[in-house]
Design a protein around this ligand. Structure first.
Ligand SMILES: [Zn+2]
Length: 73
């Protein structure tokens, strides 16, 4: 198992189907065959990152070349 975000293998199991990446501090939670990804904030709250990872917008190549930042800025 690797982190979906940083591909680190430094993953800790925090629940029956929950994992935590020590490298980038995201939580991955499996619900059925669905994976939920959360950012864990310093105060312990979590915010969903699902829209970052599971966006299903088709890629539309454009005439002008656009630099794509793959590291999530
Ligand atoms: Zn990670």
């Amino acid at each position: 198992m690797k982190c979906i975000n940083c591909h680190s293998i430094d993953i800790g199991k925090i629940g029956p189907r929950q994992y935590f990446c020590w490298n980038c501090c995201i939580e991955m939670s499996f619900a059925g065959d669905k994976l939920d990804v959360y950012q864990v904030e310093a105060d312990g709250s979590v915010s969903s990152l699902n829209d970052l990872f599971f966006e299903e917008e088709p890629l539309q190549p454009q005439e002008t070349e656009i630099e794509i930042y793959s590291d999530g800025r």
